[in-house]
Design a binder for this molecule. Structure first.
Ligand SMILES: Cc1ncc(COP(=O)(O)O)c(C=O)c1O
Length: 359
């Protein structure tokens, strides 16, 4: 089997500063329990610094994962039956996360135009009603890699501010960006036109999903923000779910990004180049991206995404994801993870190219 769907960063042979990680976890203070609803002060200061001070430590909330951050925010923002707007194509977990909090999800489309994924902001506004509580954005998006553009961010925040809606900005891939285009927004951290909750975590930033540590960086108009944080404190105080060990280690783990990131970026860029090279001259096209761990390949419509994916699997032992897993608006797209080892990736890319040209 050749697996181009592997997104577990602990299984792809990337070098990690193992001794430093172990040392960060060997903290004598772990024998004491000093619960705090939003998490250890030093860890929150480190997250604030990670965001360039755009959000002060008092407005940082530690969580056990980004998924848990979503759940906490959904508890905070909605009552059963309220609605959350989420982007498509995107990461396919939002229905579950919202459903488990008895919220409904309504998708809003991004459209592929002139080589760019653009949020259909008029379509987004049309989908808002009096039960809508929040709009979710994922930047860089998983799997398209598209980042929010400055004009989109300005319009989105103004719209949400006007309507009293919160913006939840999933920026877990923000450290893994290939573009320096000034039209792209690096982060919504600290924006205050609406209530904004930026999500990030060790899972992607440090390739350490097993540590179970993430955060919410909150900002917004002072009255709304104070009220939201006071309520969120009740929610987090009820669970106190982030373990002491990882809270104590967090500043040192975050500081290791400097050594963890370069080999990852080289892997992502190298595999992208291999894919582009393999597809050149074939019937498949590699879509441009701003960042993230995935690549999107447009393939001929015939024989259909599902048939193609099954054909790749049964004829060639190659595993890729069909676009419909991520709710692409049309056929036919394939999604591959750029994380895997170079040799295996190159062999998979060659198979993809040959298959795109097969009848
Ligand atoms: C866009 C996005 N958000 C959130 C997550 C979940 O991250 P965590 O491990 O922090 O729950 C993922 C995981 O793949 C993701 O792709």
């Amino acid at each position: 089997m050749l697996d181009l769907t592997e997104t577990n960063p602990t299984r792809v042979g990337l070098p990690m500063p193992e001794a430093e990680i172990r040392a960060a976890l060997a903290d004598a203070r772990v024998l004491r329990y000093e619960p705090t609803p939003f998490g250890d002060a030093a860890a929150r200061r480190a997250v604030s610094a990670y965001h360039g001070g755009a959000v002060p430590p008092e407005h940082v909330v530690l969580t056990a994962s980004t998924s848990e951050a979503y759940a906490l925010l959904f508890k905070l923002l909605g009552d059963p039956g309220d609605r959350i707007l989420f982007p498509v194509p995107s990461y396919p977990l939002f229905d579950y996360l919202a459903g488990l909090e008895d919220l409904e999800t309504v998708s809003y489309p991004s459209v592929w135009e002139e080589g760019d994924w653009l949020i259909d902001l008029d379509g987004l506004e049309e989908r808002m009603d009096d039960r809508t509580r929040a709009v979710l954005v994922v930047s860089p998006n998983n799997p398209t890699g598209a980042m929010l553009r400055k004009d989109e961010a300005d319009r989105l925040l103004a719209l949400c501010g006007r309507r009293g809606l919160a913006v939840i900005a999933d920026e877990v891939f923000a450290d893994h960006v290939f573009t320096d285009a000034p039209s792209r927004v690096r982060s919504l951290a600290g924006r205050d036109e609406a209530l904004v909750f930026v999500l990030g975590g060790l899972s992607k930033s440090c390739l350490l999903p097993q540590m179970k540590a993430a955060w919410i960086a909150a900002s917004g108009p002072a009255d709304l923000l104070d009220d939201a944080l006071a309520r969120l404190e009740v929610v987090t105080d009820t669970y106190l779910s982030v373990n002491t060990l990882v809270q104590l280690a967090l500043p040192r783990l975050l500081a290791l990004r400097g050594v963890i990131r370069p080999p990852l970026m080289a892997r992502l860029a190298g595999n992208r180049a291999r894919l582009a090279q393999a597809l050149r001259g074939s019937a498949a096209t590699l879509l441009p991206t701003d960042g993230g761990w995935s690549a999107v390949v447009r393939v001929p419509r015939h024989p259909g995404e599902e048939e193609r994916v099954l054909r790749l699997l049964t004829r060639h032992g190659l595993r890729v994801h069909p676009g419909f897993f991520f709710d692409f608006p049309a056929e036919a797209f394939l999604v591959v993870s750029l994380l895997g080892p170079e040799d295996e990736f190159a062999r998979g890319a060659a198979i993809l190219a040959a298959d795109a040209d097969a009848p």
